[in-house]
Design a protein around this ligand. Structure first.
Ligand code: ADP
Ligand code: ZN
Ligand code: ZN
Length: 667
């Protein structure tokens, strides 16, 4: 039996045969005593004997036989994830199961089970209101429909090319052919689930559709999980955590915006939902569709080497809708006022006159990234991190985005007493304020993590944009993804340059994807009579940069091929495989010492172990952090090394806290 604990072992419990109606079988959830508590465990094997002496064996308390046992394939998936990411099986399998299911009293559980067997007969999988597909969409749907075994497909389609329609019609064909099949659709962002959910529900009014994401209340999450697990839910939509849902009749997996960084879990079990989904598809021998306008270089390489089949949608789906014209504004010549160049202001004014919507993209929330004293040079450093505290004017505070420390805005400079402290730089709140001054008649809405902190506010904000109650939308990456705004003809990108010179080798891949995504929000409904052609204006100091050139040409193919060549020459992923050991401690030296000892703990032919170094942002919340990067051209070699290394690390005595990440993305 496995339990949700960091101890990497399988625990033995006994069960008296004939004690109750049911006998334990692998895959069942069981209530057991663990220390002073009662916890839910998962049976992974049943045996007549145990290595423990009988008097040491504790009895299991109750088998939850109301819940079907999970399938062997699901345990195998968890076991693979546990081994690949070097975590205990219990820590993989159990956290994926909703908390309520693990703690629920029997009455609550029975009530939930009754509820999910409610409601939907699932008799009628007839789709409703299917638009005619265009040629390219038709070909893509045909290809997905024809795949009857493991077949990874990269659906490479420009923004607005109707990828969603391909997913829905491929789903419809599968459900028509296999009525009890289950389909898993992953989206990168919670805020995209309502839009897709309503599309799916409208399309399949007779089907049980369940959603799984971290925004659900525990009760709802349990219902969705059980509906998926008992096979009632035919279509399951969710964010990355849904990849670990138990789906006994899973027959098709779809990953929308497969390149998106949020498919990577960044704490605990640091898994890639995309990679696990592909593994799962291969294990179940079913097709998987990875959709994107800017595929990850990993998937791009697979498509180039024909391990993935490439399906292409080169044009926008709505008749007359074309990709927006992308233009650059040289900020050295056209100096911005309130963050906006005169060119962009003119473009905004035109949209206001024509009652069209505009979107301004600035990936920096808050009012200003730092507060500054002109006379002595004081800066608003965080007291606990190697980072600046961000000025949040509407909330009247300085806030650290890394440790959440919050301080009142000082009236005067803490070092010299100067009362004239100045914000430096510009975040979304400051742009919003400037817009209100420049365009007092416009209806302006800001959408970022601050404006949508309360539950339901994000959805309400997006709804008001869709209803046309907003003229100018200003936002962070939250507004860049997936949303199908119908009346938006202008996108302004305020300050993307910083990412051009990042030390992170993935920064330009990400920046390109992000700018392509946000540009793709413009002109989705086609040009109206007397309306504007769709435009994207990028404000930059580096108009010659090749990344912008590729963006203007909408040429991801070349950009991706060039990046791959660079990566190959530099010996970077996806041509090498990496693992990152992180350590943190009160003293940087403690962390570095641990990493140094870890590096010397074992022989490592075929593995490059780099020197331990402090992380770029060394201090967070009074803890210093360092890292050790391992690389190998062979994934199996790296895996074999890690298997031998982990027990040695676990046995090492250190005051540093450490964690290992396989296939790290932020290094
Ligand atoms: P993507 O996900 O590729 O960015 P969407 O799936 O959001 O694009 O589709 C963009 C728009 O095109 C949507 O408004 C959708 O309703 C519309 N659309 C998709 N397929 C068709 C089609 N075959 N005919 C007409 N409109 C379509
Ligand atoms: Zn000062
Ligand atoms: Zn801090």
């Amino acid at each position: 039996m496995v339990l949700d604990t960091p101890i990497d072992q399988v625990f033995d419990y006994c069960w008296e045969v004939g004690e109750a109606a049911s006998e334990p079988v692998p895959g069942q959830f069981v209530l057991v005593p663990f220390g002073p508590r009662e916890v839910m465990g998962l049976i992974v094997a049943v045996s007549d004997t145990s290595d423990l002496p009988t008097e040491k064996l504790k009895s299991a308390l109750a088998i939850r036989d109301q819940v079907h046992p999970v399938a062997d394939a699901w345990i195998a998936l968890c076991r693979f994830a546990a081994e690949y990411y070097q975590r205990p099986l219990g820590e993989v399998a159990l956290p994926g199961v909703p908390k309520n299911l693990r703690t629920a009293k029997l009455v609550a559980l029975n009530r939930a089970l009754k509820k999910i067997a409610d409601g939907f007969s699932n008799q009628d999988a007839t789709p409703f209101g299917m638009p005619a597909l265009n040629r390219a969409q038709e070909d893509a749907v045909e290809a997905i429909d024809a795949a009857r075994a493991y077949a990874p497909m990269l659906l490479y389609g420009v923004t607005g090319s109707g990828k969603t329609e391909v997913y829905l019609q491929a789903a419809a064909r599968l459900l028509a052919r296999t009525p009890d099949a289950q389909i898993l659709i992953l989206v990168p962002e919670i805020n995209l689930t309502p839009q897709l959910e309503s599309n799916v529900r409208a399309r399949f009014p007779g089907l049980h559709v369940a959603t799984l994401h971290s925004g659900l209340a525990e009760g709802e999450r349990m219902l969705s999980w059980l509906a998926a697990h008992h096979g009632h839910a035919r279509i399951v939509l969710g964010t990355r955590l849904a990849v670990l849902a138990s789906l006994p009749r899973l027959a098709l997996i779809i990953i929308d915006e497969e390149h998106d960084p949020s498919y990577k879990q960044q704490e605990g079990l640091r898994y890639s939902a995309r990679d696990l989904a592909v593994w799962r598809a291969r294990q179940l021998d079913i097709p998987i569709v990875l959709g994107s306008a800017t595929p990850s270089l990993e998937s791009w390489l697979h498509a180039q080497s024909r391990r993935y089949r490439r399906l292409e949608l080169r044009e926008r789906a709505v008749p007359d809708a074309v990709l927006p014209t992308v233009r650059l504004i040289n900020m050295e010549r056209d100096r911005p006022i309130e963050g906006l160049t005169s060119t962009l202001m003119t473009a905004l004014r035109l949209r206001l006159e024509r009652r069209e919507q505009s979107l301004l993209f600035l990936n920096r929330r808050g009012y200003a990234p730092v507060l500054h004293c002109d006379s002595c040079g004081w800066l608003s450093n965080c007291l606990r991190c190697s980072a600046f505290m961000v000025l949040h004017r509407p909330e009247h505070c300085l806030r650290c985005h890394h440790c959440s420390l919050e301080l009142r805005i000082p009236r005067a400079c803490p070092t010299c007493g100067n009362v004239d402290l100045q914000p430096m730089g510009r975040g979304t709140q400051r742009v919003e304020e400037g817009l209100q001054r420049l365009f007092p008649e416009a209806r302006i809405l800001r959408i970022d993590a601050d404006s949508t902190r309360r539950k339901g506010t994000a959805q309400a904000a997006f709804d008001s944009v869709h209803r046309g109650e907003v003229d100018i939308l200003i936002g962070t990456q939250m507004v860049a993804k997936g949303h199908d705004f119908k009346n938006l003809t202008l996108v302004g990108i305020l300050n993307p340059d910083t990412a051009l010179f990042s030390h992170d080798y993935r920064a330009s891949e990400r920046l390109f994807a992000q700018l392509m995504q946000v540009s793709g929000r413009a002109g989705r409904a086609g040009q109206k009579e007397g309306g504007s052609a769709s435009e994207v204006w990028i404000q930059t100091r580096y108009p010659q940069h090749p990344l912008y050139g590729a963006l203007m040409a909408h040429d991801y193919d070349r950009f991706a091929d060039d990046l791959l060549t660079e990566r190959q020459q530099a010996g970077l992923p996806p041509f090498v495989y990496q693992a990152l050991l992180r350590a943190e401690a009160r003293e940087l030296q403690t962390a570095l010492d641990f990493l140094q000892a870890a590096a010397g703990a074992i022989d490592h032919p075929g593995i490059t172990i780099n020197d331990p170094i402090p992380m770029t942002m060394t201090r967070v919340a009074n803890v210093d952090r360092a890292q050790l990067l391992l690389e190998s051209p062979s994934r199996p070699a790296l895996q074999a090394f890690l298997r031998g290394w982990m027990p040695l690390l676990r046995a090492m005595r250190t005051r540093a806290r450490w964690s290992l990440e396989v296939d790290p993305v932020d290094i």
